[in-house]
Design a protein around this ligand. Structure first.
Ligand code: FAQ
Length: 332
């Protein structure tokens, strides 16, 4: 199944049994990747490349779709019409991102339906971040600032990922994520001009979302089974730890401008490294959330399964309409 961990032993075994023709195909493929050419759907590619891309892109698509839920929770309670309109537009953008990404993943040979079933059956992962609850209105600002901020840091380099459809989908997604981050930061700036209670809400939201946002970048490089091969195939352009560090370096000055404290006593500028040092992440918590034990994991999957069931009539109507159109064209 495409959601299983990249199997290095199987890849080695496959290499051992490779014919001369296969070895030539692999060499030509690797030369194209090394030359920064895009690999397109009909091009030859190693099975492991197809498998890990399908895994990553589908996980990314699921994250966008599940990621609509924590913000959707606040749509009916937005404090003004304009904040509601902005939030609605953002959530719709996330839905669009999911759809581009499912399309990109489908070009690798797995149907959207199969991917969605894997999500609903708990076989496919989605980002750990969306298994945390959104408890107050400031969470909406912090999701934009930190969660979209982390997503952008990870996704800007993916505009140069080696698989053409994934790279192209990232161009528009990154533009929209950039707007999302600004709207979140703007919302927080506004709240920080408000009452002591509003400022406390922002600080509380930052305290809860900071560490989970850092976990979005995935496990440390030494414990990341996929990174080395994905960097070699230019699926990933930077490692998990490199992106996490870049995100922290970019975010600390934004926190200072906003007037909030990041909840890490070990956070300090290291002149020698030219980077911020930071405290240890709770990796046990990360792995527990990846396994499906996140605070809102059951609620999220329940909501996604319900949306699928409740949308059955729309899919049936669309299929019936498409069949009628095909029949009409055939009769013409
Ligand atoms: N959560 O070997 P690695 C967003 C899994 S979009 C859950 O390091 P890899 C927009 C990983 O899949 C956010 N699982 O894996 C938005 C792998 O699973 P395996 C999503 C995680 O793939 C904003 C295993 O652990 N973004 O936020 C996580 O090389 C606001 C080992 O890890 C993307 O998906 C995690 N955090 O690197 C929407 C970006 N981290 O092999 C709404 C594209 C790792 O057991 C509101 N993806 N795992 O099946 C990537 O760049 C990569 O897939 C990484 C993980 C960096 C996430």
């Amino acid at each position: 199944m495409y959601t299983t961990e990249f199997d290095k032993k199987a890849a080695e075994a496959a290499l051992a049994t490779m014919s001369d023709e296969d070895a030539e195909l692999v060499a030509a493929f690797e030369a194209r990747v090394a030359n920064d050419e895009f690999i397109e759907p009909n091009d030859w590619m190693p099975d492991a490349y197809r498998k890990t891309l399908t895994r990553q892109i589908s996980q990314h698509a699921h994250s966008e779709i599940v990621g609509m839920l924590p913000e959707g929770n606040w749509l009916t309670r937005a404090p003004s019409l304009s904040r509601k309109a902005i939030l609605l537009a953002k959530i719709q953008d996330e839905g669009g991102h999911g759809l581009y990404l499912y399309c990109a993943a489908e070009t690798l040979g797995t149907s959207r339906e199969e991917m969605i079933h894997a999500l609903h059956e708990g076989r496919a992962k989605y980002s750990t971040i969306f298994n945390y609850p959104s408890l107050n209105w400031a969470d909406i600002g912090v999701i934009g600032w930190l969660v979209d901020g982390a997503a952008i840091m990870n996704q800007v380099p993916l505009q140069r990922t080696s698989y053409g459809p994934y790279a192209r989908s990232m161009v528009r997604i990154c533009k929209e994520e950039s707007f999302h981050q600004r709207q979140g930061y703007d919302l927080l700036l506004e709240m920080m001009k408000g009452t002591p209670e509003q400022k406390a809400m922002v600080q509380d939201a930052v305290n809860r979302w900071w560490w989970p946002s850092l976990m979005m970048f995935g496990p440390p490089d030494d414990y990341s089974p996929n990174t080395a091969q994905s960097i070699r195939w230019r699926i990933k352009r930077d490692t998990n730890d490199e992106l996490r560090q870049k995100f922290i370096d970019a975010t600390v000055p934004q926190a200072e401008l906003l007037g909030v404290t990041l909840p890490d006593a070990d956070l300090s500028w290291n002149e020698g490294r030219g980077h911020y040092d930071f405290g240890a992440l709770a990796w046990d918590e990360f792995y527990a959330v990846v396994r499906g034990d996140g605070p809102t994991a059951k609620e999220r999957l329940k909501a996604r399964r319900a949306a699928w069931d409740e949308g059955a009539w729309v899919r049936e109507a669309a299929d019936t309409y498409a069949a009628k159109q095909t029949a009409a064209r055939a009769a013409a």
